[in-house]
Design a protein around this ligand. Structure first.
Ligand code: NCD
Length: 332
């Protein structure tokens, strides 16, 4: 363990700053810190480390490093893949789930205090929180160690976007000139927001957004992406999906962001992927992705289709890209 008492307050000026291919000590709050070269550096590192995960090879890359996984919101994949990523590289983790009930947070401790406590014990904090903007707030509170945003409310989920981009790249060998559909809860889905941002760094990407009217991308997000490398088309029906898409990115309607069950039910599962839909509107190379969990919007009959990567490569890439990110951020 490093002695943080003698460390400079380097994180104060590195906070949410552009990565510019130099990851050491930096917070990972938003995809807007990235550029195409930084993504390439991350993907190169992912390629290099993948074998350790695939073959269970021993590694001491993160030996002596301890990572806090502080999750105020439920998570399976993101938490477990960060946990596995740290351990695959010889590091260790402290997992705090549901701190509202099982930690001093239940006694009224502020986020800032909680962050400083775990900063004293560990080398990085991976944070998930139901409120947008909390990752930034945590990064302000942490003075010496990096904060990694694992999803902040309807805001962003940068590490999910990185694994999604890696999955698209693995299959198509490109990140420009892509055509894709993103469907489901475009308004509240943080994975959608981060992925769109990632696609906007490249050229000539075209995305068809399919959602119920009330779950469309916010005007602000739409405006921000205007003139970028991603061209957006809003569509209303699966019949409008172009047949030459490189990928389909399906998402669930984010139930926890609705005021009532009725409001949720009114818009849930309007667009469901079935074998029939995949066979009629996708081509043989289209990949079907989903950040998971799915709750009915992709029928299980589709799972055995080789194009459905959401329970296969996409999941595994979550661990590999997070191994790469942790090793780069922790300066190894
Ligand atoms: C996503 C999330 O938490 O934003 N899940 C994940 O991290 N893989 C998607 C979701 O919950 O719908």
């Amino acid at each position: 363990m490093i002695d943080k008492r003698v460390l400079p307050l380097y994180n104060l000026h590195l906070m949410a700053t552009p990565i510019k291919s130099k990851f050491t000590g930096k917070d990972i709050i938003s995809l807007d810190q990235f550029d195409t070269e930084s993504i390439r550096v991350l993907f190169d590192r992912t390629d290099a480390l993948k074998e350790i995960g695939q073959k269970g090879l021993p590694s001491d890359i993160l030996s002596g490093k301890l990572v806090t996984l502080l999750f105020y919101e439920p998570s399976s994949r993101t938490r477990a893949s960060f946990d596995a990523a740290a351990k695959q590289l010889g590091g260790n983790t402290i997992v705090i789930e549901d701190p509202q009930h099982f930690s001093s947070v239940s006694k009224g401790e502020t986020l800032e205090d909680t962050i400083q406590v775990f900063e004293a014990y560990t080398d990085a904090i991976v944070l998930r929180h139901p409120e947008e903007g909390t990752a930034k707030k945590a990064a302000r509170a942490a003075r010496h160690i990096p904060i990694i945003n694992a999803g902040d409310g309807i805001g962003e989920h940068p590490t999910q976007a990185l694994l999604d981009l890696y999955t698209v790249f693995e299959k198509t060998e490109k990140l420009s000139g892509l055509k894709g559909v993103m469907a489901g809860d475009i308004k509240n889905g943080r994975t959608v927001h981060s992925l769109l941002q990632g696609l906007s760094f490249y050229e000539k990407n075209e995305i068809y957004l399919l959602s119920p009217e009330s779950l469309r991308l916010s005007k602000t997000d739409m405006q921000e992406l205007k003139g970028s490398g991603v061209k957006l088309h809003e569509i209303n029906s699966t019949d409008e999906i172009p047949k030459d898409c490189d990928f389909w990115y399906w998402t669930r309607v984010q139930k926890e962001r609705f005021a009532s069950e009725d409001e949720y039910k009114a818009v849930n599962n309007q667009f469901v992927v079935t074998k029939k839909l995949l066979n009629s509107r996708a081509n043989k190379n289209t990949i079907l992705m989903h950040p998971l969990p799915r709750v009915g919007e992709i029928k299980e009959e589709v799972d055995s289709d080789l194009r459905a990567v959401f329970l296969k490569n996409q999941i595994r890439n979550g661990m590999y890209t997070r191994m790469a990110l942790l090793s780069l951020v922790l300066g190894k």
